[in-house]
Design a binder for this molecule. Structure first.
Ligand code: ITT
Length: 205
């Protein structure tokens, strides 16, 4: 069976591929396909964005797809960056942080640290919604959450995105100090994926 991971995010591809190891499935990502299409993530919830991506890619490439929409939800910032996590540096909320010479991830991190500078409530969570959709019109989704807190400076160089400033609950290391295997065990994406796998196994066994 062929399955398309509908993402261009290298961090997600690395983690999701690891989760498929040992299964008899040929996993492709959008990076393996020559004919590219863009799907705009313009919805207000992770679920709506994930469904939109899964459906559009499955119908265009005519193969089953797993799409994922995820983000960091910070209580003291009223839930931001939320669905804007990937491009938080460039939205109006809190001012734009398009600092020259920094990567997107670094700009996003700098903006969060600035907005959280004198904030005592550091609680936050990563949320992931994973959607499986097949071109015949069958769809299923699951959600995973990873609770944690925002550190006051970036630590670690593994993972991606906000990992250097996110310390999972019960850990004295940031997510960027965990290996892919350690992260997948506790992460929002790992949890959502395992739930999805259970649902699919139940349905097809
Ligand atoms: P695709 O749409 O191609 O999958 P994307 O990066 O645009 O890639 P999203 O729209 O789902 O993906 O945005 C998710 C953003 O949330 C991501 O770019 C990170 O900034 C952040 N994020 C999500 N999961 C994360 C994780 O495990 N570690 C760190 N940051 C994460």
């Amino acid at each position: 069976m062929q399955l398309l991971l509908a993402t261009t995010n290298d961090g997600k591809i690395r983690e999701l591929r690891k989760l498929f190891e040992g299964l008899d499935i040929e996993v492709l990502s959008l990076k393996d396909l020559e004919d590219k299409i863009e799907v705009e993530e313009d919805r207000q919830t992770f679920l709506e964005n994930a469904i939109k991506k899964a459906k559009e890619y499955a119908l265009y490439y005519n193969m089953p797809v797993i799409a994922e929409d995820s983000g960091l939800v910070i209580d003291a910032l009223n839930g931001y960056p939320g669905v804007y996590s990937a491009r938080f540096y460039n939205i109006e909320f809190g001012g734009k942080f398009d600092i020259e010479g920094l990567s997107k991830d670094e700009k996003n991190i700098q903006k969060v640290l600035k907005l959280m500078e004198n904030e005592r409530n550091r609680s936050a969570r990563y949320v992931s919604v994973v959607v499986f959709y097949s071109p015949e019109g069958f769809g299923i989704f699951s959600e995973g959450v990873c609770e944690g807190e925002i550190t006051d400076k970036p630590i670690g160089n593994m993972g991606f995105g906000y990992d250097p400033i996110f310390k999972p609950l019960g850990f004295d290391r940031t997510m960027a100090q965990l290996t892919v295997e350690e992260k997948n065990k506790i992460s929002h994406r790992g949890k959502a994926f395992y739930k999805l796998k259970e649902k699919l196994t139940k349905l097809f066994s």
